[in-house]
Design a protein around this ligand. Structure first.
Ligand code: OXK
Ligand code: ADP
Length: 583
């Protein structure tokens, strides 16, 4: 990557070459190996997008900033480098905030750069074009937020944004660039000197030896140990170390959804198919890059081993995390190991050596029994081939196709479409599955699909609930425009959760959860030159998906699912408040 500053102006005879804010931003990004910007042009950043493209940055233009933001965030997760999103001022900035906040919540490194209106006018609230104090609004949603007012500070601003995004616990960073900044000029040599190539942006964080010893002692005494792998473990790229930890100790593990594939889901030590047995029964749980948040029932209650409190004092937790304040956030952490996962797992492995005792056979056998029972039950259901097609019939096909294409990326959102896919479709390689994450956010679909295709070069399969798809569906044009190898599969059951709900008031309006029946989603893709497939049977779905993967052409398969199939909020029905009983 060239670090040479782009000349912005023709130097007059004898005058020193000059540069400007536009070029300093571009050069600072390039200097830090940022190759792609996800965004949407408009005032005041239209010329920045043009110049960025002219200077060799890939500029991926979206139809809505939220999708560009999600794309940048997942690019950050996939590369462990900040993904960059670029938007216009106020409304465009606001549109991207969901993605910025989601990135922060999920620990994805992302930088949102937004143009903004003039400080002097904004601060006096004199009604500027798209007037908004963007920095103040972004602050609570971002890990860090900065504003640059002078061209000579652009290098510092971008360096700070990069460091904040990727060091320690990664997150979303906001960088506010007022319109006037872009046109500021300065001496090109001084500009070049002002840029910073960030050295070691995400420094390793080595755990304290005594913390490692404490963890090893607890693990050694366990009768029913369990490892929980979270998306932090996938992000950390310590794939070999994590695998060695599982295999050298022989401890069964549970992958959280974006950690699926870190070890192949078919691994004999995977306890995924015995989840509801493993969590409450385990006596020592080692969390690796997974938070004890709602997805893990906060580490307490009936999902966990509270019932064993009397017999053996309840469960003990070892937690590996880069963020010290994550410890004790929900329950007591008996052995906190603070550091980056690569360093922490390496340190544990050094203490584990080669003669580590296998967990007691009684524990492994009990897990295997539950697991095998669940797997057999699922196989039976998958083999049923119900008509009309249901989630299982469709996912039986997707499961085969992912198995045959283990390098393909899988994007997944919805309620039932999400939950059934997570438990039915096995993953075989790390960081291949990206989904709604910590918030259960809908709308990540097409943004994630675009970035997954661009960043990995692999084909992308996006399994989408019909409701979830609606949040970002217009980006099928983006997928066609860049000719991306994305196969969108919409599980179309005519509504949110299902298509059969009725208007409880008996009026002409449809129920709030119901959609137009028999919508022809595949025609959306055809409208922009892609391939549309209508699939009412598993065979049609299989043919459509196989052809999409073979041709790498943008494809949308409208998979028609029984409209009575699907439960409220999928597997998290219990989170829906119901009316309190009054006495
Ligand atoms: C898992 N299972 C299997 C297998 N893998 N059976 C057979 N074979 C295989 N390979 C079993 C597993 O043992 C569980 O059964 C069941 O399948 C489900 O597994 P899993 O891992 O998915 O577990 P569960 O209980 O659903 O996990 C809880 C959870 C998860 C909270 C982590 O539900 C989750 O990630 N939810 C995210 C939901 C979300 O974000 N929704 C979007 C919002 S919807 P048992 O018998 O062991 O239990 C929305 O917007 O509003 O409604 C809205
Ligand atoms: P999941 O939803 O899969 O359970 P979470 O998002 O809850 O995962 O947890 C991820 C955790 O991983 C966060 O607490 C974060 O601080 C941590 N983390 C992220 N990257 C690293 C890393 N390189 N080393 C250690 N911990 C990390």
């Amino acid at each position: 990557m060239s670090a040479v500053l782009s000349p912005a102006t023709d130097p007059a005879a004898g005058a020193a070459p000059m540069t400007d804010g536009f070029h300093l931003v571009i050069d600072a990004l390039k200097l830090n190996d940022i190759t792609t910007i996800y965004g949407l042009p408009g005032i005041p950043i239209t010329d920045l997008t043009r110049m960025a493209q002219a200077e060799g940055l890939r500029m991926i233009s979206f139809r809505h900033e939220q999708n560009a933001g999600h794309a940048a965030a997942i690019a950050g997760f996939l590369n462990a480098r900040p993904g960059v999103c670029l938007t216009v001022s106020a409304p465009g900035f606001l549109n991207a905030l969901t993605a910025l906040a989601n990135a922060t919540t999920n620990c994805f490194p992302m930088i949102l750069i937004s143009g903004s209106s003039e400080r002097e006018v904004v601060d006096l609230q004199q009604g500027d074009y798209e007037e908004m104090d963007q920095l103040a609004i972004a602050k609570p949603l971002a890990k860090a937020a900065y504003r640059v007012l002078h061209a000579e500070d652009i290098g510092i601003g971008i360096a700070r944004a990069i460091r904040a995004a990727v060091s320690g616990r990664p997150g979303g960073v906001y960088l506010d660039l007022p319109a006037k900044l872009f046109a500021q000029t300065m001496d090109a040599a001084a500009g070049a000197a002002s840029l910073i190539k960030v050295v070691d942006p995400a420094p390793r964080q080595i755990p304290a030896p005594e913390a490692v010893q404490r963890a090893l002692e607890l693990l050694r005494g366990a009768k029913k140990p369990l490892i929980v792998l979270g998306k932090g473990a996938a992000y950390a790229r310590a794939d070999d170390e994590v695998r060695a930890l599982v295999e050298r100790t022989g401890i069964p593990y549970l992958p959280m959804s974006m950690a699926k594939g870190l070890l192949p889901d078919t691994h004999e030590l995977s306890a995924a198919a015995a989840r509801s047995y493993a969590l409450p029964e385990a006596d020592v749980v080692l969390l690796v890059g997974a938070r004890l948040n709602w997805l893990l029932s906060h580490g307490k209650g009936k999902t966990w081993g509270g019932k064993h409190a009397k017999a053996w004092g309840g469960q003990k937790f070892i937690q590996i995390d880069i963020s010290p304040t994550e410890m004790d956030s929900n329950v007591r952490i008996d052995a906190p190991v603070v550091g980056d996962i690569g360093s922490c797992v390496t340190a544990l492995l050094a203490g584990i050596g080669s003669g580590w005792p296998r967990p007691p056979a009684a524990w492994l056998d009990a897990l295997s029994e539950r697991k095998n029972k669940n797997i057999a039950k699922l196989s039976e259901t998958l083999a049923k081939d119900a008509r009309p097609m249901n989630f299982h019939g469709a996912l039986n096909v997707v499961r085969d196709i992912v198995k045959a294409n283990p390098d393909a990326m899988l994007v997944n959102e919805g309620a039932n479409a999400l939950d059934f896919t997570r438990s039915i479709v096995d993953m075989y390689k790390p960081r291949k599955r990206v989904d709604v994450g910590t918030w259960g956010v809908m709308g990540i679909g097409m943004g994630f699909a675009v970035a997954a295709a661009i960043e990995t070069g692999q084909p992308v399969i996006a399994i989408e609930g019909d409701s979830a798809f609606g949040f970002s569906g217009m980006e099928v044009e983006t997928i066609c425009r860049y000719q991306l190898p994305v196969c969108v599969v919409i599980f179309n059951n005519n509504g949110v959760y299902r298509g059969t709900d009725k208007n409880l008031g008996g009026g002409a309006d449809m129920a709030p959860t119901a959609f137009v029946k028999d919508a022809r989603y595949e025609r959306l893709m055809e409208a922009f030159g892609g391939v549309g497939v209508y699939a009412a049977t598993p065979d049609e779905l299989r043919r459509g998906m196989e052809e999409a993967l073979r041709s790498r052409r943008p494809t949308l398969v409208n998979a028609i699912i029984d409209e009575t199939a699907g439960t409220e909020s999928g597997r998290i029905t219990s989170l829906n408040p119901t009316r309190q009983k009054t006495t």
